[in-house]
Design a protein around this ligand. Structure first.
Ligand SMILES: [Zn+2]
Length: 297
């Protein structure tokens, strides 16, 4: 995907901040391949959301969570199966119960090994982070939704894929009106479309738009995106606006029978001009290609 050497994707625990009562986020500070990580506490248990890329990052997340939990039981969940979100889960074995939705468990089983290889190909820094990684197997799998009682606080886990991936899940803390979106929302960048035909074509721009429209309607007070700044409902709205723009710009060209390659070139130019400050320009092409495939279908 990229030729240049990616910076080391380190989870920086020291930047952790409490965004609501007993809801802590370790922000990614816009570092590539570092997710925002959540630690949500109740009276008798603590839920960790996402692990960071590889065992070493996950070790520091686990140490932080253990320290924060002060003897409370630990749970782990991951927003989706992508390596920087889930490929540290093995470190939690025996210390936390790893709980995910069925579709995500299937993503891990079906595509985990392929993504591990693909990410190792991103360069020596990433390959080193992935040394010793085993694709994780969840301890508990739920179907569509699961209410996890942490003691005096029930956290809601909900499968919403397919959108960014087949197994996307969102995590809501209703009493604090906090929503963890995983990569359904990313700020300050073009949305990541993991459109890798023929290996992985699960991403759906259309379903993604539907899912975000529902999340906006729920109007969460605090939104923790997969990557980028924590904010309010407007963080979700911004991505929804972008995905609609991407769809409309793509489809208007396909409606007039413009070829796929020309469509990609034109849409890329239009969107970069409208969002000059956003990173991740390389993902526009994949987004257009995905929406071309969904055109008229
Ligand atoms: Zn992702």
């Amino acid at each position: 995907m990229t030729d240049h050497q990616l910076p080391d994707p380190v989870v920086r625990i020291s930047s952790a901040q409490e965004i609501a009562r007993d809801v802590v986020v370790v922000p990614n500070q816009h570092a590539e391949l570092v997710p925002n990580i959540g630690v949500i506490g109740g009276k008798h248990a603590v839920l960790v959301v996402d692990t960071g890329l590889g065992p070493e990052n996950a070790e520091s997340v686990l140490a932080f969570a253990r320290d924060h939990a002060k003897g409370r039981k630990l749970y782990l969940t991951t927003t989706h199966f992508h390596p920087e979100h889930a490929f540290g889960a093995q470190v939690f074995a025996g210390e936390a119960t790893f709980l995910v939705n069925q579709a995500q468990a299937e993503d891990l089983a079906d595509k985990g090994a392929g993504y591990l290889e693909m990410f190792r190909g991103l360069g020596p820094t990433i390959a080193r982070r992935l040394e010793g990684v085993r694709v994780p197997t969840p301890d508990v799998v739920y179907e569509e939704s699961h209410d996890l009682d942490l003691g005096g606080r029930v956290v809601r886990l909900r499968a919403v894929g397919r959108a960014h991936s087949r197994g996307d899940q969102v995590i809501t803390v209703p009493d604090a009106e906090v929503l963890f979106t995983g990569d359904l929302v990313e700020t300050g960048r073009f949305a990541i479309f993991p459109w890798f035909p023929p290996h992985d074509t699960d991403v759906s721009g259309l379903r993604w738009i539907e899912v975000l429209a529902r999340l906006v309607a729920a109007a969460p007070r605090i939104v923790v995106p997969g990557h980028g700044d924590v904010g309010g409902t407007q963080k979700v709205e911004a991505v929804l606006d972008y995905l609609r723009e991407l769809r409309d710009e793509t489809w208007v060209r396909r409606d007039s029978a413009m070829g796929r390659e020309t469509t990609i070139e034109e849409v890329r130019a239009v969107l970069i001009e409208r969002h000059p400050e956003w990173t991740g320009q390389e993902w526009i092409d994949a987004g257009v290609a995905c929406l071309c495939a969904e055109h008229g279908g």
